[in-house]
Design a binder for this molecule. Structure first.
Ligand code: BG6
Length: 502
């Protein structure tokens, strides 16, 4: 029977969330629905406001109508409540501002003037090239108070230099504790559960090292293609879009030492140490440790899909990767010679993210061959869909006669155990900014360390003129990705893949 969840929403201070890029895809698809759901949960204090900002000349009533349509589209029908939605929409306002000129700043200042009580937050859901100009504009308009916070969406730049430049420009206006760099993977329920799994149990930590763990696999597979974001994606590719941020953050949470507490900087300090211990993958390791791929036409979830090269906004002959597989090592005492195999890609057979901790085999078997094959223990943390933690153990097959053993999972399914719905990552992170809790956001040094490591791979690919290997949409990437792990005598974990539903 599911445990009753006691997640009563704690009251938070009132806020003024100003969302630059307020008419964009992220705001309409994720941010406004997330704020509505938090309001519905009773977490949005009276007097809170959300001000959409973009270049478009819209009346506030038009903006509310767009928000209304977006929320109805992206929130589950059973979570829509007409009265609560009306209350939420009444909190919305809109101001047209052109971040690259003087236009609109005075009006925005007028809306925020005299609002000294609510927490003042600026969410920059725009291209990173606008982060600097927006921060300058905010300062010039006198809107940056000592308690104001700024939220930066990824990507923070496209390499180390551009990341540093953005960090410098934003840092000239806001102090580091005022800056919240979002990586929405850190807001996912199961990702945070890694902290509980590792540090609220005594069972795993003694085994969590090179003596007992053979290797780690991290897969973040998507069925979608570039979803109308061709222009952005083609300048980015899977390494910049997914590995430099989301996958490396997962590596950090699996690999880090126990922080001294969950307070403030401790978790981020430990993650940084992992990033700094990543063994560089330079030009010489490019062939043995990396695979880049690009999808050709194929079928996903029973439907035909075009090749990446034929997607809208993709230039002919694009050499951008839509798939990456890597063999990564953390050069420290705990993880010496334990490979972390990472892979992520678009147009794969299923939407599925999971972390597999493969333990070492037992040192000696007392079982005769007729008892069956002994498999080493495996811990699988499924991040999405069907969040769960499964521990594969060898057990005796029931029944009389000779001893037969086989692997069986201890299965902690979150839905079965806790019931209910889990808040979207953005719901938690948006409220963490209001709360003033930066633990699940990336610090400047983390972002730069991640870029430094990722950039060596980008440079290696460039130096070697490494072109992405083709794979058919709906398959698990190029055959070289299978070879990457199999030449080490290991295989990708693909036994419990959900059906490709979307
Ligand atoms: C984003 C990437 O950060 O994460 C997208 O830019 C990707 O390309 C998305 O599709 C995946 O997020 P999720 O939460 O659906 O796994």
């Amino acid at each position: 029977m599911p445990h009753t969840r006691t997640a009563a929403a704690a009251p938070l201070p009132a806020f003024d969330y100003t969302v630059f890029g307020g008419t964009g895809d992220l705001a309409l698809r994720k941010l406004l629905p997330a704020l509505y759901l938090r309001d519905r949960a009773g977490q949005v204090a009276a007097g809170s406001r959300i001000i959409g900002v973009s270049r478009s000349a819209l009346a506030p009533s038009d903006y509310r109508a767009r928000a209304d349509a977006a929320i109805r589209r992206h929130v589950a029908p059973d979570e829509l409540d007409e009265g609560l939605l009306d209350r939420f929409l009444a909190r919305l306002d809109y101001v047209p501002v052109d971040a690259t000129t003087d236009s609109g700043w005075g009006e925005l200042a007028g809306r925020l003037e005299g609002r000294d009580g609510p927490v003042r937050i600026f969410y920059l859901a725009t291209s990173p090239s606008l982060f600097g100009p927006i921060c300058d504009g905010l300062r010039a308009a006198g809107l940056v108070t000592p308690d104001a916070r700024v939220v930066l969406e990824k990507p923070i730049g496209r390499d180390l230099d551009s990341a540093r430049e953005i960090n410098e420009r934003v840092g000239a206006v806001f102090a580091e504790p005022q800056i919240y760099r979002i990586d929405h993977y850190l807001g996912k329920e199961t990702v945070q559960n890694l902290l509980a799994l590792r540090f609220a149990n005594s069972l795993f930590e003694p085994l969590w090292n090179a003596n007992h763990i053979d290797h780690v696999q991290i897969t973040v597979a998507e069925t979608v293609g570039v979803e109308g974001r061709g222009d952005y994606y083609d300048h980015s590719g899977a390494l910049r879009d997914m590995v430099q941020n989301h996958l490396l953050q997962l590596v950090c949470l699996v690999g880090m030492e126990c922080p001294i507490s969950l307070a403030q900087e401790s978790v981020r300090d430990e993650k940084l140490k992992v990033l700094r211990s990543l063994k560089p993958i330079g030009e010489d390791e490019i062939t043995s440790c990396t695979v880049r791929g690009q999808y050709r036409a194929g079928a996903v979830a029973g439907g035909a899909v075009p090749a990446y090269a034929d997607e809208a906004g993709i230039p002919a002959g694009s050499g951008t990767e839509t798939f990456v597989a890597l063999k990564v090592e953390i050069d420290n005492w705990r993880w010496a010679r334990v490979p972390f195999y990472l892979r992520t890609g678009k147009r794969l057979p299923a939407k599925m993210s999971e972390i597999v901790i493969q333990f070492r085999p037992i040192p000696h078997s007392i079982f005769p061959q007729s008892a069956g094959e002994l498999q080493a223990n495996r811990l699988i943390v499924r991040l999405q869909p069907d969040e769960s933690i499964r521990l594969h153990l060898m057990t005796k097959e029931p029944g009389p006669g000779g001893m037969r053993v086989r692997p069986a999972p201890l299965n902690l399914s979150f839905a079965e155990t806790f019931g209910g719905r889990f808040p979207d990552a953005y719901e938690r992170l948006l409220m963490d900014v209001v709360r003033g809790n930066p633990t699940l956001f990336m610090r400047r040094d983390e972002v730069e360390a991640a870029w430094q490591w990722a950039e060596a791979i980008l440079d290696g690919w460039k130096a070697r003129h490494d072109l992405p290997k083709p794979y058919i949409a709906g398959t698990w990437g190029p055959s070289q990705a299978i070879a990457l792990i199999e030449r080490d005598g290991r295989t990708w974990h693909e036994d419990e893949i959900p059906n490709a539903a979307f």
